[in-house]
Design a protein around this ligand. Structure first.
Ligand SMILES: NC(=O)c1ccc[n+]([C@@H]2O[C@H](COP(=O)([O-])OP(=O)(O)OC[C@H]3O[C@@H](n4cnc5c(N)ncnc54)[C@H](O)[C@@H]3O)[C@@H](O)[C@H]2O)c1
Length: 383
């Protein structure tokens, strides 16, 4: 089998997502499995070229994983003879400029979400990539999670009948940083640094709803900054200027109502950190990251409201688990493999920068809705 080495500039690999999910769990995992077999008989070998701001951090990371290529210069990385793909997991604010540069250098683009800070910028990136004829993709990892793949299986099999509504609960307590350190970076809580719940999570909710249930047609959002002061990585108190919770109501095509609460100031009383309940005329399901439980109309209890009596049945025990029926790999890695194949062989790939721009569009409209207290239609996006 002939081996094709493909250089991937990985920018932002010292960060949480760039390191754990993209470098270690995706690109290095593909190398550990011996590369990626292509249908044309070639074996694809991804060669990361690490880019970041700190020489010391990059060198340490490269040494830890036995990697050869790293630099603090994006230009140098893009000019490397092996480079074919540019990947961006930097803080959101740094993304647009770097992607523009990579497109101008003729590289394929793969990027974390949100793809840009405004819908105009996100669409412009999609346009530039199209005009340059480069392959492009945006991370939509939740679609590749076992729990949501099982939910999709139920949708595709017609389990729900007519879908009526979706309710999502996402979140957990993010420590304030005073008596226990915060488990998320401080920029996430500063609007001026590209932080905020809506900008972070609405891009996810857009592709989850669009792809699994039905296209999003309108949005109403209410936001809050529940914790106004936090303590940063240096132990210094700062003002949280961004929303740390967003309560969204979305109207989907076909009259489906979706309602998703997202909060970093909530304590978890759920089986998983995110759960979506889908109710349909024929049955309901609750999908999380890994599991999905369901209840058919034939197994639906008939509770009678009587607050004078204790609950007479255990509602949670009346649901059944959707079986795995297949092996699930890491969602980020699965999407990376699809993108790599697309970039090398031209195989179909639907999660492109235009799809990424739709996520930014929902975030932008969500923020406007929260600021103005109005519901907004979500128009079709075109490039
Ligand atoms: N797909 C997902 O589920 C998911 C989850 C979390 C974050 N993200 C996205 O990934 C991106 C990175 O998030 P993260 O949580 O890994 O953040 P992080 O703060 O842990 O990492 C940010 C990276 O950007 C680099 N960087 C470049 N310019 C910078 C600057 N001016 N200031 C600070 N850092 C700079 C940092 O060195 C670091 O490598 C964000 O765009 C975020 O929206 C996606």
């Amino acid at each position: 089998m002939s081996r094709k080495v493909i250089g991937i500039v990985m920018n932002g690999v010292t960060g949480r997502m760039g390191y754990r999910q993209h470098l270690v769990r995706s690109i290095l995992a593909i190398r550990e499995q011996g590369g990626l077999a292509l249908e044309n008989g070639q074996l694809l070998w991804p060669e990361p070229i690490l880019v970041g701001r700190s020489e010391h951090k990059l060198k340490e990371l490269a040494d830890r994983h036995g990697l050869e290529h790293w630099t603090t210069s994006l230009d140098e990385a893009l000019a490397h003879p092996l480079t074919e793909i540019y990947f961006d997991a930097q803080v959101t604010q740094a993304r647009e400029q770097a992607i523009r540069k990579a497109i101008a250098a003729g590289k394929h683009i793969y990027t974390e979400k949100p793809t840009a800070e405004s819908v105009e910028a996100a669409l412009e990136l999609a346009r530039l990539a199209r005009d340059a004829g480069v392959c492009n993709g945006a991370v939509q990892d939740k679609l590749f999670l076992p729990g949501l793949l099982k939910l999709k299986r139920l949708v595709d099999g017609g389990f729900f009948g007519r879908i009526l509504s979706v309710r999502g609960e996402f979140g957990y307590w993010v420590f304030e940083g005073d008596w226990q350190s915060a488990q998320r970076p401080s920029w996430n809580y500063r609007a001026e640094d590209g932080g905020g719940m809506i900008l972070d999570m609405f891009p996810h909710w857009r592709y989850v709803l669009d792809n699994l249930i039905a296209p999003v047609r309108s949005v109403y959002a209410h936001t809050a900054t529940h914790i106004p002061t936090r303590v940063d990585e240096q132990g210094k108190p700062y003002q949280a200027t961004a929303d740390d919770a967003a309560y969204g109501v979305f109207e989907l095509e076909g009259g489906i109502t979706a309602q998703i609460n997202s909060s970093w100031a909530v304590r978890v009383d759920r089986d998983e950190l995110v759960e979506f309940q889908v109710d349909g005329t024929e049955g309901s399901a609750v999908a999380g990251l890994r599991n999905c439980r369901f209840q058919h109309r034939a197994g639906t209890p008939k509770p009678v409201w009587n607050p004078d009596l204790p609950a007479t049945e255990s509602f949670r025990s009346q649901w059944q688990q959707v079986p795995d029926n297949e092996e699930f790999d890491n969602g980020f890695k699965v999407q990376w493999e699809l993108f790599l194949k697309h970039a090398v062989t031209g195989s179909p790939y639907q999660w492109d920068l235009l799809e990424g721009a739709k996520g930014v569009q929902l975030a932008e409209l969500g923020l406007r809705s929260a600021a103005e207290g109005r519901r907004f239609d979500v128009p079709e996006l075109e490039i």
